[in-house]
Design a protein around this ligand. Sequence first.
Ligand code: PLP
Length: 382
Amino acid sequence: SIYLDYNASSPVEPRVLEAMVDIYKNNFGNADSRTHDFGDHARSVVETARKQVSSLLGVSTSEVFFTSGATESNNIAIQGLQTYALESGKNHIITTSIEHKAVMETVKVMSERGFIVDFIDPESSGRINVAKVLKKVCANTLLVSLMHVNNETGIIQPVKELGEELSKQNVLFHVDATQSCGKLVQEIRELKYNMLSFSAHKLRGPQGVGVLVLRKKEYKLPPVKAIMYGGQQEHGIRPGTIPVALVGGCGKACEIAEIEYKKDEAKLSAIKMSLLKLLEDSGLSYSFNGDQKYCLNNTLNLCLHGVSSEALMISTKQYCSVSNGSACTSKNYSPSYVLVSMGIPIEQIENSIRISWGPETNMGELEKEFFRMLSVAKSLAE
Ligand code: PLP
């Protein structure tokens, strides 16, 4: 069976796991218990991880805050601005209709609390048009939140261009980089943003840990306040005992990504080429969801014409773990809101699957199982 759902979660890299086991065995202290060596050693694991993260992202260690994952980071980045919004009188948020629920649902709650939220739809390419975002910016605009890479389509968003423009205005810019962190390494380093989120488990780190970067502008962090209260961990931005082994695993995953991302990139691209070749040779009628010119090389969101994605996934689930990138239960199927907002017809969405892979995906095995899946698709095609 081959795992092709890396955008949902990636397997933990063996060196990350090894580092984590070592921490669990030997570094079980509380990083904030500083009255003994156990605490000091745990603290040093956390600070090493902070260095590894900051080195990958090209930011300073004082700009890196550990959280439980991108969902929490996104919530802090957005909800954490409420006090500042009251003080400044700014109550307008701009985001897009293709964001992950962790942003989407958070801004919806903000709109219930009196914020005005604009959702920008993507073009049919799956990309957000920068001019459309900028047109909405006004004196009351507090925040613009745009993801770097969409989790369903793999389409890279123009965060670079938007960041350049917004940096000239008095508007905060948040980037959800969950799908790009560790992959678009150089691009992230060059971005202009105030806040950035990601989860370790999308770059072969453990689940349950992530990062919120708060960039210091003129040596000051963005006006974000905690949304949970308790201890002073992570400067009070994220209170609660620091999960040392998870944080250590996150750091190690970032370190590996920094060293190996170029090599990984070549592997990911080679896999994509091979999938496209098999697809072409299959004789199936297909189309891509999203303009492939902007697509990350680890994702393929594909419509196999006349082949129900649900039927295909049920028939092939023993050996191929793809997804349709949307909430799908036997009771209610809801078509992907991302694909809907790109203007893709419902019939086409119902025939769409998302395939996502990683650097350790075995090419031979992948070709074998993908070929098998395409054969089943042919038999299902209407
Ligand atoms: N943002 C994006 C773009 C994602 O793809 C995900 C995970 O699927 C998240 C946020 C949320 O990450 P987590 O569930 O680890 O908090």
